[in-house]
Write a protein that binds this ligand. Structure first.
Ligand code: CTP
Ligand code: ZN
Length: 154
């Protein structure tokens, strides 16, 4: 455990998204719209040993997440925690939760779905399974899995 502390530095201010399933860290960045030049320091740790197997961690300095962003993270990292760090201390720990209804954060992948027509209706899905996540479009019945969801996050 001591080694791990050295490998992954603590941050002063910002957020730590912890307990991300192994291999999903880059997708978390994608979902948050974090690409090359964002003006804050991002640290990724992939395949880190934890109490329960392996995990990824994403640390973003000087950044906050809103509820909507936390909901998006839940879709691909259902056991993640979002830690708010202030002056090196964890001042808040959100446990993300996969919602029963996913509204307005994922686009239906069926191009003919009514939610993708000229007068769009806000997309809405029911959660069929939480781990692995499967959501089903309320309008056309199309089911989407983790990869589909990442590609269609709004
Ligand atoms: N962390 C950090 N910088 C800080 C404080 C914490 O990067 N200044 C990281 C820790 O390394 C850890 C996460 O934020 O990955 C949560 O910290 P903490 O709540 O102290 O750890 P645990 O108690 O192990 O959290 P949990 O019970 O959620 O696993
Ligand atoms: Zn649909």
């Amino acid at each position: 455990m001591e080694e791990q502390v050295l490998k992954v530095q603590k941050i002063k201010n910002g957020i730590v998204i912890d307990h991300i399933p192994c291999g999903m860290a880059l997708k978390v960045l994608k979902i948050l719209g974090i690409q090359g030049d964002i003006g804050s320091t991002v640290t990724l740790a992939m395949h880190v040993k934890s109490r329960h197997g392996w995990k990824d961690i994403v640390k973003i300095e000087d950044r906050h997440l809103d509820e909507r962003e936390i909901d998006k993270i839940a879709l691909i990292a259902p056991r993640a925690t979002v830690n708010v760090i202030e002056d090196y201390r964890v001042v808040k720990k959100h446990r993300v939760e996969v919602p029963e209804v996913v509204r307005g954060i994922v686009r239906c992948m069926n191009p003919r779905c009514i939610t993708n027509q000229r007068e769009p209706i806000e997309p809405e899905f029911y959660t069929v399974s939480k781990e692995p996540i499967i959501i089903k479009c309320k309008y056309c019945g199309r089911e989407m899995g983790p990869e589909d969801i990442v590609e269609n996050i709004i």
